[in-house]
Every structure is written in structure tokens, then in C-alpha cells.
Design a protein around this ligand. Structure first.
Ligand code: BES
Ligand code: ZN
Length: 868
């Protein structure tokens, strides 16, 4: 039977709602008994049937108002009960039996290591018991957990601990009560043995909140950064958004088996251990930043997600887009705003633009969904955050915060829609957001084509702006959007030109609303160089025919760091494009002197702006380059990119060495200045690896490293440049860390992204490695996911071996963990971007997958779209 799609337009209020739930868990890894008492309230006077969602457990019994009840029909995914219309309110008691140890899907109740935990978003609660498992049913939860005390000394759930006790048979129990109404997807349970890090936070109104972080035994020294991050998040949300935490306790549990990054369950976050654990020996600077931002993100959901939740899953961006925007702002306020912006834009352009160009294209508020798990996408999250950011740009911080206050006041305790949010912003600001709303319903990446002219006589400069959104897989007809275009003008010598119309100053944010529009600036005394899309003011592609000299001017003089970085990106992309053409026409590759000049300049200024230099000096990855082509040549891109890397390394070797030596540090500290230095030094190393001093330098760098950032940088340089020392270093690393899964993920990633000809064979052999575990999503992503997404040359091998390998893996993952399978299939469904030979092979792989029995809806939805 084919899975059925749901449509946003079909939303209906539920006929019944649940007001209170009492859950009793008799926990056992193989045999857990769940008793659920639901207090149900009729909402629709004429409804005769109550349909509860549920699957993947054994139903033991049903009682209605304490009496055994049999007037129901059980289907593969629901329990449909006949309820007399006279029943206004009643109690349903349902018993189910579960096997957490066998639950490899990691949704619902499952075993992780020696513990037991839950994952209920989006539709996992229905794998525990029958329920109206939808986000607009808000109930109060009381939960009693009983389990063997020795194996599971900690029994946790949402809210406050209200009672506990010991039983005579070695078991104990704890009862929890959550005073806040919440949807089922925010419910959580954890049972296990942990080390516990405790702290407190005093809120702005003076309440003391207990903070508890639970980690596997022996990992306490890796939890302090997460705790500090949590406290910083709580403080920041009070200061910038005026939002205060509402319970007396906030718990975070780190687990090793987790499909996603982390989950914001009310008062009891459950995290992939990757986003909690960090110490200098095991985590890189990037990991530290990742931990902090994920902790912040889940914390911020307490208001944008939990207190105000989503009416239905089509509204997911209401909580996720907004919360990503909030976590981005948090990181920007605490660290460097421009660096954060550059990283986020880079991520959006590579992954979200690619999604818009794929069969999975959808608006940030999707219209049609088969498997909800497939819509936790870069579009809903990152483009969703960009849409919020555009609102922020249009309204300004003050009006935006007024809009937030209104949104919270109107929707607290409710399940809301994206429309509720925009409406609050509209009323708070007085702006007309009618056209802006289209960002919620239109998919695709708009293209802004800009040309200009300068009227010297009248000192008028004009920008001619056209917008066009190409059709996407889901939507052919497109309309004009309201696009905030932030600009600046520079004179030849770098002076900034004031923006004027007649004699008045005008805003640097242009409102692009028509298909073609001209913006005029007066009193412009010389032909300016325009900086367009400053700070990436809208998630669009920009087409303006910059000359190298203009780009050079921007790199040198632009005030905005993003503009400077972006100008250099354009130079890199042009250089790659030209050399790719040469490669394809079998001509010798050549490097432009202009680009070398710019890079020389950048290196000369390195010590004045360490962080930005590290960012501008790093060459875009192959996948980033690939995104700028309609038709991708994975081998050509790899060749041209490596040529660029080597040429830069050779040409700037001495300067790179000076910079490398200058940025040496004596000890490891997670502070902005030192992180910037490490980043810059390690970029230099990645180039120098391609010169004659490479092997010696990298070898020494590895052995002198007192932290994971430097150690990994050395390993990365050694493998990417295929240095003679690489095998020995990889061996040393494996020997040291093979018992630590999270650290080994870095090693698996390095192996999977090796440029070596035989990399696929290496990856295949590593499936048997002592540290690999097919049931652990982190391991699967590190080895197989990295191969498929970060090693395009090998994955897209013209003999089809990469595709065959991935399909073989997916056939197994379809049975064990379809949610992860549907993530890893992504590179295979983007087939239209490749030549016909590769397309045929990719199609063949997808058809083979489609043919298997029990194809999960997760994979079905993507494969079907790809094969259309
Ligand atoms: N609510 C999600 C977690 C989630 C996603 C649960 C999909 C079930 C299905 C959480 O708030 C989240 O967004 N996590 C992100 C990390 C975050 C920092 C963007 C994740 O898990 O990737
Ligand atoms: Zn989230």
C-alpha cells in the first residue's frame, strides 16, 4: 500500500481533545508496560468516532470510564473507538506493551546504550501508546516511572518531581508532574545511570532554577561547557527578548543514539551526546561552538516552540525558523556577528539553494507532506530563519521586539500558525506585509539581476533591479516577492558614498517588490562601485557583472565584512569556473594574477583581522563550488579546485609560513581571539601541506598538538594533500581513540573524504571496523554520509560504484532506521544536476531501492519525487 500524503489545506480542528494524561511506565529494556489514562473532552457535538494514532506496540487492554471496552476497531496505525454522542467527557485507559531494545528506529521509547529514552517529535508518541498525537492537542501530563533501581538509578520526565519511593523487589519509582499544557511531541522519559553536573540559575525575577546535565559515567569533565552555554543562553534570552524560564528545573540528558542533534522536550531536553560533550582533548573549536548553539537553540524553544507551539506540522517553521534566527542572534551577540553571518550564508547557499533546485523543493511552510520527518529541512530551518531575519531588517530591532511581545501575549499557551506570527509583526510595526507573506508559500531561490548606469552630468546613479524565481519541482508559477536589498556605494578610493534622493538621505535597504525596478541616487560625484546584498539581506542569488577591479575595491574598502568576504568568494568562483572550462577543453590551467594579488593583500593584513582572514583565505569546498553550476562536473571541479589550492600554496608559501608561525599559541583556551588564531594558522597549514615543506610541518603540527582542533587540522591536511605521513598519523589517532565513538567520527569522516583512488574500498572495509556500529546514526553519518556528501568525486564515480554502495546501505537502513536512511539518500535524489550517464546510473539505483518490500514512507516520498 502506498503511503498517503497530507495537505495543509485539509487542516481541521480535532473532534476531541485530551486535557489530562496520567502515564504509568513499568520500564524494562525488553518488556515495558505502559498504562495511559486519558481525560478526553468532546469538541464536536456530532462526532461518533474517536481516532487515536498508534503503532509498533502490542495493545493489551482498553477501558472506558474504568469499564472494559470493546467497541473499537484496530488498524495498522490507529485505534478507532465508537463514542456515544452523549459522552461529553470521559476517561480512556489503555495498556500497551513495548520492546525498547528492539526499537532501532530511535523514535518512541528506545534503548540507548545502557539507558532508555524517548523521542516523540514529530510523531513518535504514537509509538508508545494510542493518542491524539497532533500538536494542537495540549494536555497536562503526570508520569510515574518504575524500574530496577540498580540499573536505572535515575528516572526522569517533564516538569517537577512530586513523589518517589522504593519497592521491595529492587525496583524504585518516581512520579513527575508538568504544570504546563503541552502537545505530546514534547513528552519525554529517560531512565539510566549517569554522572550528574548540577548548577543553578537565578532568573531576572529572582527565582532559582536547578540546572542538571546528565552524561554517561566518566564524562563529567566533558559537561562543563554545556552548562556554561546553558547559563549564557538563559541570560541572553532575558536580556535581548525579555523571556524568562518558567519551571524550577531544567534538565539535559546526553545520549549516544539519537537521530537528530537535540530535542527541546519541556524541562527535559534530550541531546545527541555530540552536542553536549566537549573538552580540549576530544572536541574542536567548531564542536565547542556547535554545543553552545544547540544548547541555546533547544533552550530558546521553551518560548518559541513549547509555550507557543505549532497548530499543525505544516507550521513547523513557526518554531524552527524563529528559533534558528534566535540562536544565530545569540551566537552573533556573544562572538563575532560578521563571522557568524558568513558561516550561515555559506551553509544556506550550499545546502538550501541545492534543496530548492532538487525534487524535494518546498516553501518554508510546506503544502503537502507524506512523512513529516522529511520536512525538518534546510528550507524550513535556514530559509525559515532568513525570512524572520528579513522581517527584522524591514522592521528594525525595536519594532521587531514589539512584534515578538505581541506574538507572545496573544499566543502563549496556544498552538499557533505562521500567519499568527506575521500578523503580530504587521500590527506591531504598522508595515504592510501582504506581499512579504508570499515568502511562506513560494518555494525556489529568487534571482536578482542587477545592472547600473551613471549619469555624470546630473550626478545620478541608477540601479536596475529585476527579480525572477525559476520554477521548482513542486511549483511552476511564481509571483513577485518583497525582497529587502541592502546596498552601499563606494568611490574608487574606497570612500563610502552617502545615499541620497534629491537632498534627503535614503535608506540603504531597497524594497524590491516589482519584476523590474529602478532605484535612483542623487549627488553621486563619481561612478561608484556598488556593494549589493550587504549582509546577505535576502536569500536570493545575485547576478551583477562585477569586474575584477570592482571586486578588488570591495575586498579592500567595504565596511561590511560580509561584503568583503563575498567579493573574494566571487573571485574564487570565477577562477574555478574559468579553469573548469579549460580542464573540460583539455587546455592547461592558469591562475589569474589579480586573484593572487588580492590574496597577497589579504595575507598582509592577516594580523589586523585574524578571524576574517581565516574565513576569506579558505577555499570554498567542492560542494560549495558545485552549487553554482546547473550541470555539475564533480571530477572537473575537484581537479580545478586542487589546482587552485596548489597554486596559491606555491605562490604564497613564504607569506603563509610567516602567518603560520606568527599565530602559534602556547596553551588552549576557548576564547574568540585564540580560536581565530588557530583557525588562521590551520588554514595556512592546509595550503602549506601542498608544498615541499608540507610533510615535515604537518607531522610536527600533529605531534605538538595539545588539543583536538590542531590535531584534527594536521590529520586533515595530511589526508587531503596525501602526504607520506598520513597513514602513520591516522594509525596513531585510531589507536588512541578507538574506544571513543564521537572522536572516531572525525576519523571516519577523514577516511571517507580521502582523495585516494581506492577510497570506496577503504570505506567498505571500515564498515567492519571495531569502532563502527551500523545502529548508531552518528557513526553512519560520519562514514557513509560523509562519503556520499563530502566526497563528490568518489561518490559520483563514473562506473556507478558510489551509487551502488549507497543503495546497498540504504536497503539495510530502510529496515533499521528509515529516518536516517531518508537523510542519507539526499545526494542520490539530486540526479538532474548531473550528465546523462550519471543520471542513468543514479536512476537505476533509485529504482532498485524503490523495488524493495516494506519501503518506508520516508524513502518512498523522496524516491518517488526523484523519479518523476
Ligand atoms: N525539534 C528539533 C528536534 C527534532 C527534529 C526532533 C526533527 C524530531 C525531528 C530541535 O529543536 C532541532 O531543531 N534540532 C536541530 C538542531 C538545531 C540546533 C537546529 C537538530 O536536531 O538538527
Ligand atoms: Zn529546533
Amino acid at each position: 500500500m502506498q503511503p498517503k500524503a497530507k495537505f495543509r489545506k485539509d487542516y481541521r480542528q480535532p473532534d476531541f481533545t485530551v486535557t489530562d494524561i496520567y502515564l504509568d511506565f513499568q520500564l524494562d529494556p525488553q518488556d515495558t508496560l505502559v498504562t495511559s489514562k486519558l481525560n478526553i473532552q468532546r469538541q464536536n457535538g456530532t462526532a461518533t468516532h474517536l481516532r487515536l494514532d498508534g503503532h509498533s506496540f502490542e495493545l493489551i487492554s482498553v477501558k472506558l470510564n474504568t469499564q472494559p471496552f470493546t467497541q473499537f476497531q484496530q488498524t495498522s496505525d490507529a485505534l478507532i473507538l465508537e463514542i456515544p454522542v452523549s459522552y461529553e467527557q470521559f476517561e480512556l485507559e489503555i495498556q500497551t506493551r513495548l520492546n525498547p531494545a528492539q526499537n532501532t528506529s530511535l523514535q518512541g521509547l528506545y534503548q540507548s546504550g545502557d539507558g532508555i529514552c524517548t523521542q516523540c517529535e514529530a510523531e513518535g508518541f504514537r509509538q508508545i501508546t494510542y493518542m491524539l498525537d497532533r500538536p494542537d492537542v495540549l494536555a497536562k501530563y503526570r508520569t510515574k516511572l518504575t524500574a530496577c533501581k540498580q540499573k536505572y538509578p535515575f528516572l526522569l520526565s517533564n516538569g517537577n518531581r512530586i513523589a518517589q519511593g522504593d519497592l521491595e523487589d529492587g525496583r524504585h519509582w518516581v512520579e513527575w508532574e508538568d504544570p504546563f499544557f503541552k502537545p505530546s511531541y514534547l513528552f519525554a522519559v529517560v531512565a539510566g545511570d549517569f554522572d550528574l553536573l548540577k548548577d543553578t540559575f537565578i532568573t531576572m525575577s529572582g527565582r532559582e532554577v536547578a540546572l542538571e546535565i546528565y552524561v554517561d559515567r566518566g564524562n563529567l569533565d566533558r559537561a562543563t561547557w554545556a552548562m556554561e552555554s546553558l547559563k549564557r543562553s538563559m541570560k541572553w534570552d532575558e536580556e535581548r527578548f525579555g523571556l524568562e524560564y518558567d519551571l524550577d528545573i531544567y534538565m539535559i540528558v546526553a545520549v549516544d543514539f539519537f537521530n537528530m542533534g537535540a530535542m527541546e522536550n519541556k524541562g527535559l531536553n534530550i541531546f545527541n551526546s555530540k552536542f553536549v560533550l566537549a573538552n580540549p582533548q576530544t572536541a574542536t573549536d567548531e564542536d565547542y561552538m556547535g554545543v553552545e548553539s544547540v544548547i541555546a537553540h533547544e533552550y530558546f524553544h521553551n518560548w518559541t516552540g513549547n509555550r507557543i507551539t505549532c497548530r499543525d506540522w505544516f507550521q513547523l517553521s513557526l518554531k524552527e525558523g524563529l528559533t534558528v534566527f534566535r540562536d544565530q542572534e545569540f551566537t552573533s551577540d556573544l562572538w563575532s556577528r560578521s563571522a557568524k553571518r558568513i558561516e550561515d550564508v555559506r551553509f544556506l547557499r550550499t545546502h538550501q539553494f541545492a534543496e530548492d533546485a532538487s525534487p524535494m523543493a518546498h516553501p518554508i511552510r510546506p503544502e503537502k507532506v507524506i512523512e513529516m520527518n522529511n520536512f525538518y529541512t534546510v528550507t524550513v530551518y535556514e530559509k525559515g530563519a532568513e525570512v524572520i531575519r528579513m522581517l527584522h531588517t524591514l522592521l528594525g530591532e525595536n519594532k521587531f521586539q514589539e512584534g515578538m511581545k505581541l506574538y507572545v501575549a496573544e499566543n502563549d499557551g496556544k498552538a499557533a500558525t505562521c500567519e499568527d506570527f506575521v500578523s503580530a509583526m504587521e500590527r506591531a510595526s504598522g508595515l504592510d506585509l501582504a506581499q512579504f507573506r508570499r515568502w511562506y508559500s513560494q518555494s525556489g531561490t529568487p534571482e536578482l539581476t542587477i545592472s547600473d548606469d551613471y549619469d555624470e552630468k546630473h550626478q545620478i546613479y541608477r540601479l536596475h533591479v529585476s527579480q525572477y524565481t525559476p520554477p521548482t519541482a513542486d511549483q511552476v508559477e511564481k509571483v513577485n516577492l518583497h525582497i529587502p536589498l541592502k546596498v552601499a556605494l563606494y568611490g574608487e578610493n574606497g570612500q563610502k558614498i552617502h545615499l541620497k534622493y534629491e537632498l534627503s538621505s535614503v535608506s540603504d535597504v531597497l524594497d524590491v517588490i516589482h519584476e523590474h525596478q529602478t532605484f535612483e541616487f542623487h549627488s553621486v560625484t563619481q561612478r561608484p562601485v556598488p556593494a549589493l546584498l550587504c549582509d546577505f539581506s535576502a536569500p536570493v542569488r545575485l547576478d551583477y557583472n562585477y569586474t575584477p577591479a570592482q571586486l578588488m575595491t570591495l575586498v579592500k574598502f567595504a565596511e561590511n565584512d560580509f561584503v568583503r568576504w563575498d567579493a573574494l568568494q566571487t573571485l574564487y568562483f570565477n577562477e574555478l569556473r574559468t579553469n573548469l572550462q579549460r580542464y573540460q577543453q583539455a587546455q592547461p590551467l592558469r591562475f589569474s594574477t589579480e586573484l593572487l594579488e588580492v590574496l597577497t593583500l589579504v595575507l598582509e593584513n592577516a594580523n589586523k583581522e585574524t578571524e576574517l582572514t581565516a574565513l576569506t583565505l579558505s577555499l570554498p569546498k567542492e560542494t560549495e563550488f558545485a552549487e553554482s553550476f546547473k550541470l555539475i562536473d564533480p571530477v572537473g571541479i575537484a581537479v580545478a579546485r586542487e589546482f587552485m589550492q596548489k597554486t596559491i600554496a606555491e605562490a604564497l608559501k613564504e607569506r603563509l609560513l610567516v602567518c603560520y608561525n606568527y599565530n602559534k599559541l602556547t596553551n588552549y583556551q576557548v576564547v574568540a581571539e585564540d580560536m581565530a588564531k588557530r583557525a588562521l594558522r590551520n588554514v595556512c597549514l592546509s595550503y602549506l601541506a601542498f608544498t615541499d615543506v608540507g610533510n615535515g610541518l604537518v607531522h610536527k603540527h600533529y605531534h605538538n598538538a595539545d588539543n583536538m582542533t590542531d590535531m584534527l587540522a594536521a590529520l586533515n591536511a595530511a589526508t587531503k594533500a596525501q602526504l607520506p605521513c598520513r597513514e602513520q598519523l591516522l594509525y596513531d589517532f585510531e589507536n588512541k581513540w578507538h574506544q571513543d565513538g564521537l572522536v572516531m567520527d572525525k576519523w571516519f569522516n577523514l577516511q571517507a573524504t580521502r582523495p585516494d583512488e581506492n577510497v570506496l574500498e577503504l570505506v567498505q572495509n571500515l564498515l567492519e571496523h571495531r569502532s563502527f556500529n551500523f545502529k548508531n546514526p552518528n557513526r553512519v553519518r560520519a562514514l557513509i554520509g560523509s562519503f556520499a556528501t563530502q566526497n563528490p568525486k568518489a561518490f559520483h564515480a563514473i562506473d556507478g560504484s558510489g551509487y551502488r554502495f549507497l543503495v546497498d546501505i540504504l536497503m539495510k537502513l530502510n529496515d533499521t532506521n528509515p529516518q536516517v536512511a531518508a537523510r542519507i539518500v539526499e545526494p542520490l535524489i539530486k540526479l538532474s544536476r548531473y550528465d546523462t550517464q550519471r543520471q542513468t546510473l543514479m536512476r537505476r539505483g533509485l529504482e532498485r531501492l524503490k523495488g524493495i518490500d516494506n519501503l518506508a514512507p520516508d524513502l518512498f516520498e523522496k524516491i518517488e519525487k526523484a523519479l518523476k
